[in-house]
Design a protein around this ligand. Structure first.
Ligand code: MTE
Ligand code: MO
Length: 530
């Protein structure tokens, strides 16, 4: 409608989140979204765009790129951006807010997969170097921007708990900290996409999602209050739920930037489930990237359920309706590419996983590890030096979901022809009168493992394929020049948990188009010059 008024962008800016009539720009059109806010499925988050362009947000929330959303928006059209503020029919780039401009600084050693939103993996060497991943090297998985909460205001940060009957109770962070006993739990977070790149490279089939190698997993000590304590205080009947007769089936978590997910009530009320509302990570306040000032920690479950910047909990008879619950984090058969999302359950407990994170030809030289632990079983001890042997040393992690512990890590230096066992580091044992760093009722942390052994040199065969861009492979081979004669062997690792679940041999067998739960044997090719 050409008769509608033209607005300067400066005028639109006055209609920000705090105004009575918030406006947004979409393309070159101006909309008054006041009446849309109460009905907007993502809630108030739309106000984030108020006073400016909604385009960059819809590039993040791609769900909006839909005719029906445009149809809704068109009802609220009030005018156009003034020609004076347009370049090629659109507001000039420098007039459009960058949703990520307030994101925190990150450690330069993190391996960035996407910058906006920030997704970065822990460098391989850092994965097995320490039992607790330092905060600044903990992998980051953000779907959107990082919400900003001022340090000085964090104690007034509010969490709302809503019961099935609609009853709501609000807690400030200060109340959570003072009114409930605090708990510490040591737990891994692992993204469902960890090792996705291995899945697509090994199977030769593309997958959707970020191309993580082995670093979308980390381990930390979390401190917070028990979710079940807070639910009980809010009026939820725990004993009814324990008896299985509650209508409440799911606990939905919502983050400030509108990310949401849920867990079954069974996990939430399990006295040994250790689900936390956490405000501290490795004895420091949560870093902004990891959910400051409050996040859920759901040990043993896929990290997608550990909602960051947690501000609303809803008890419900159904799962969270978010795409991260109802879509995205599910697996299907290798042949299923057009799927009925509802036909598969959301990933909750994780399957068994392991990876090689450092690998070197020669002897392991880490003085921190007592030498006797490296003396492997007799197989190794009786290995003669004739035929000539090549020593190989490596380390890595193994982890299983649901609190199941890792009972064994098997390694092969000859592509799976023969196997031997890695040594599991005693990270969870109390030392020198100090309590064990592992807190909680399940095996929520990873097991780090080390291995030193040797294979006959003739195991190394003419080079065949491999994954030169895998960082572990690249590091293992950094000393061998790319040109010239090369002979290589494939080193593999697989782990077994206490339910005797183990990892599949090939990624092809568990390939799924979303590239979730890539847990096949980790293969690293290592080469010599001779
Ligand atoms: N919570 C919010 N609010 N927003 C998010 O984007 N990402 C989820 C989960 N919780 C996410 C979130 C996913 S998919 C993962 S893997 C973990 O957070 C990552 O946690 P981290 O960044 O602390 O490692
Ligand atoms: Mo994730």
């Amino acid at each position: 409608d050409p008769d509608l008024p033209r607005f300067r962008i400066a005028e639109v800016r006055k209609h920000g989140a705090d105004s009575d009539h918030p406006w947004v720009i979409y393309g070159d059109k101006v909309y008054d979204i006041t009446d849309w806010i109460p009905a907007h499925p993502g809630g108030q988050v739309i106000l984030r765009a108020a006073g400016g362009s909604i385009d960059p947000y819809w590039n993040i929330f791609t769900i909006h790129k839909n005719q029906y959303v445009y149809d809704i928006l068109s009802q609220y059209l009030i005018g156009y951006v003034d020609q004076a503020d347009l370049v090629n029919g659109k507001p000039a780039q420098d007039q459009i807010e960058d949703p990520f401009e307030n994101d925190p600084e990150r450690h330069p050693s993190l391996i960035t997969r996407t910058a906006k939103p920030r997704n970065a993996e822990t460098p391989a060497e850092a994965l097995s170097a320490q039992f607790l991943t330092p905060n600044e090297l903990f992998y980051v998985r953000n779907h959107m921007w990082v919400p900003t909460i001022e340090d000085s205001k964090s104690d007034d940060y509010r969490l709302t708990v809503e019961l099935l009957d609609g009853t709501m109770k609000e807690y400030t962070l200060r109340e959570l900290k003072t009114r409930f006993p605090s708990r510490k739990v040591t737990a891994v977070l692992q993204c469902s996409g960890n090792r996705r790149k291995h899945m697509s490279d090994d199977s030769g089939r593309q997958t959707n999602g970020l191309p993580w190698t082995s670093g979308a997993i980390s381990n930390a000590s979390w401190e917070g209050v028990l979710l079940s304590d807070v639910l009980a205080d809010a009026g939820f009947d725990l004993s009814e739920a324990m008896s299985g007769s509650s209508e409440t089936q799911h606990v939905q978590f919502m983050g400030l930037e509108a990310y949401g997910a849920s867990i079954p009530i069974k996990k939430a009320i399990d006295p040994q489930g250790d689900v936390l509302l956490a405000y501290s990570m490795n004895d420091k306040p949560l870093p902004r990237d990891h959910g400051f000032p409050l996040r859920a920690i759901v040990p043993g479950h896929v990290a997608a359920r550990s909602v960051k910047w947690l501000n609303h909990i809803t008890l419900s008879d159904e799962e969270s309706t978010s795409q991260w619950q109802r879509k995205d984090y599910k697996c299907f058969g290798p042949n299923q590419t057009k799927v009925d999302w509802d036909a598969a359950p959301a990933i909750q407990e994780l399957p068994v996983q392991s990876a090689i994170t450092t690998l070197k030809l020669g002897k392991w030289l880490d003085s921190k590890i007592e030498p006797n632990v490296l003396k492997n079983d007799q197989d190794q001890a009786v290995t003669s030096q004739n035929p000539p042997q090549q020593e190989i040393s490596m380390s890595g992690y193994a982890f299983s979901g649901g609190g199941r512990s890792i009972i064994r890590v098997d390694v092969s230096l000859d592509g799976g022809g023969s196997w031997t066992q890695a040594y599991l580091l005693p990270d969870c044992v109390s030392k020198n009168g100090m309590p064990s760093p592992c807190r909680g009722h399940g095996a929520w942390s990873w097991k780090r493992w080390v291995f030193e052994g040797s294979v006959p040199l003739d195991t190394f065969k003419e080079k065949h394929g491999g994954r030169p861009d895998d960082p572990v492979t690249a590091a293992a081979n950094s000393k061998t020049p790319d040109s010239g004669q090369k002979r290589c062997t494939t080193v593999l690792v697989k782990a077994t948990d206490d339910a005797y679940n183990t990892q599949p041999e090939s990624h092809a067998a568990t390939w799924n188009f979303r590239g979730n739960l890539a847990t096949a044997w980790h293969r690293v090719q290592v080469c010599t010059d001779c």
